[in-house]
Design a protein around this ligand. Structure first.
Ligand SMILES: *Cc1c(COP(=O)(O)O)cnc(C)c1O
Length: 492
């Protein structure tokens, strides 16, 4: 017998496609049910993980196979009910997107195709380029702008810092490395309310987080432009090299927006790169009633944003848009790797590749779920959903203002409401942090916390497109009722 005619049989293909198909359809159906149920708000937002559930997936590295049906059962029973709950309309913590059924389906298609978007000539990359063109159009960038999908704004802001650094120092900096001479450092400027990933980006770029000057905010939360100008002048006078201004469109604490036009003017005056951390707020441009709040963002040299926040594209879908493709290529492109050579007319055509625009080589097809979200919903509906989340915040603020027992801690700029239960100052942090914990454990609603001018605040970030008025009312009722109880215990 000629054994060589017996081809290998893949050990990874299903033995029974019919059975797999049936199992797959059941899984898909259950996920549709999960999402359909999500919008009703039934069940808790979040629940503490019981120890037996936490342990249910702990085992040694499996050597033998376990049926898909059984493995899926573990997902259904141990994982799915104990997620953080950001699909649930009562979720109001941090800055989380809620997802959509369209995004879920797009993820399935992308996983089936299993495209690697590091480079090469294939349609998935054209989809990413189309999203780049759409974002250029949305932010009125030139056709020659470039962009890249990344995990999130933390990475997009890091890329922004690297692009600015290489532009300021020239490409040789990539070879020589950064040698900051004391007193002559490259320095960047941002608001004290800038997200922590900006200072981390300075750190990771080798520039040092101490060389990010944090500039005070004005009463409305926007960075103080005159203070930033003074800081730049002082740095110049002492021999430092200002190279970057970072504006924030939507601070994570309260949704404050820096003056984009003023920052663009300042950056032009001192010839420094103007980067915007627009993680969620940049997409205000989609909502006609909010777009003017970020007017001037169109003049940025680069913008970081997340489609997984206000556009509800499933995690993760961060993005960086750069006005000058040359600047982005200068920061990342390599020409000396023979295994990544480009040959015209073949599969390796289509330069520049996405890997020339950022640090990743292998990359998933994040563009598909974003492209599908934009195409299936359209910008009008997406903009409406953004506007409505700000409407929800105004409604919640009104409920809080109506109650003598509650207090708003910051003006509501966009969709974030920071408040607390009123009590004597010495008890306030204790009462309100207990309140937050009780609220999260109740499963009714799940805000997170922050500090506003040192005061502990319950922070409700209303990103979820499923949140109803009733949920906001339950939140307020719960806080008032429990607040009274905690306050009585504390003051008696
Ligand atoms: C969420 C957020 C970030 C970080 O983005 P990730 O996607 O979590 O990496 C940065 N800046 C602001 C203003 C944010 O809201």
């Amino acid at each position: 017998m000629n054994t060589e005619s017996n081809d290998w049989k893949s050990p990874l293909e299903p033995e029974d496609w019919g059975a797999l198909r049936k199992q797959g359809h059941a899984m898909l159906d259950e996920m549709f049910c999960y999402l359909q149920r999500a919008s009703t708000g039934r069940g808790p937002v979040w629940q503490p993980i019981p120890p037996n559930v936490r342990h249910s997936i702990i085992e040694s590295l499996p050597q033998a196979p376990c049926a898909l049906e059984q493995t899926y059962g573990l997902f259904r029973d141990s994982i799915l009910p104990f997620s953080v709950g950001n699909t649930h309309p009562g979720f109001m913590g941090w800055v989380h997107g809620a997802g959509t059924p369209v995004g879920m389906l797009a993820e399935m298609l992308a996983a089936g195709l299993n495209a690697n978007l590091g480079g090469r000539d294939h349609m998935p990359i054209e989809v990413e380029r189309q999203v780049v063109r759409w974002m250029s159009q949305l932010f009125e960038f030139p056709d020659s702008a470039s962009g890249l999908f990344v995990t999130g704004s933390s990475m997009a802001n890091f890329i922004g810092v690297l692009v600015a650094r290489t532009w300021a120092c020239g490409k040789s900096i990539r070879k020589q490395g950064v040698q900051q001479k004391p007193g002559q450092e490259l320095v960047a400027y941002a608001s004290t309310a800038a997200h922590g990933c900006i200072s981390r980006a300075m750190d990771m770029a080798g520039l040092g987080s101490a060389n990010l000057r944090l500039i005070a905010q004005q009463p409305d939360g926007a960075v103080d432009i005159q203070a930033m100008r003074r800081a730049i002048q002082e740095d110049l006078a002492s021999g430092c090299s200002p190279f970057l201004i970072v504006g924030t469109a939507g601070t994570v604490d309260v949704g404050a927006i820096d003056g984009m036009s003023e920052l663009a003017d300042l950056a032009a005056e001192y010839n420094v790169h103007f980067h915007v951390d627009g993680a969620f707020g940049a997409l205000c441009v989609l909502a006609p009633d909010l777009a003017n709040k970020v007017a001037g963002i169109q003049r940025a040299d680069s913008i970081a944003m997340d489609f997984h926040k206000w556009l509800h594209v499933p995690y993760d879908a961060g993005f960086i848009l750069v006005r000058s493709r040359e600047r982005q290529l200068a920061a990342f492109a390599e020409t000396n790797q023979s295994y990544l050579a480009r040959e015209r007319g073949g599969m390796s055509d289509g330069s520049p590749w996405p890997c020339d625009l950022g640090p990743d080589l292998s990359r998933g097809f994040r563009a598909l779920k974003t492209w599908m979200t934009l195409k299936v919903y359209g910008t009008e509906r997406l903009g409406k959903s953004i506007s409505e989340s700000c409407e929800r915040a105004r409604y919640l603020a009104k409920l809080i203002e109506r109650s003598d027992e509650l207090e708003l801690l910051a003006p509501v700029n966009l969709n974030i409401v920071c408040f607390r239960y009123r009590t004597v100052e010495t008890l306030s942090e204790n009462v309100n942090s207990c309140l937050l914990l009780a609220l999260q454990r109740s499963g009714i609603a799940a805000p997170s916390s922050t500090r506003i001018s040192g005061k502990y605040a319950i922070r409700a970030a209303l990103f979820n497109h499923r949140t109803s008025r009733a949920q906001l009312e339950s939140l307020v009722d719960f806080v008032v009722m429990q607040g009274r109880e905690l306050n009585n215990v504390g003051t008696s």
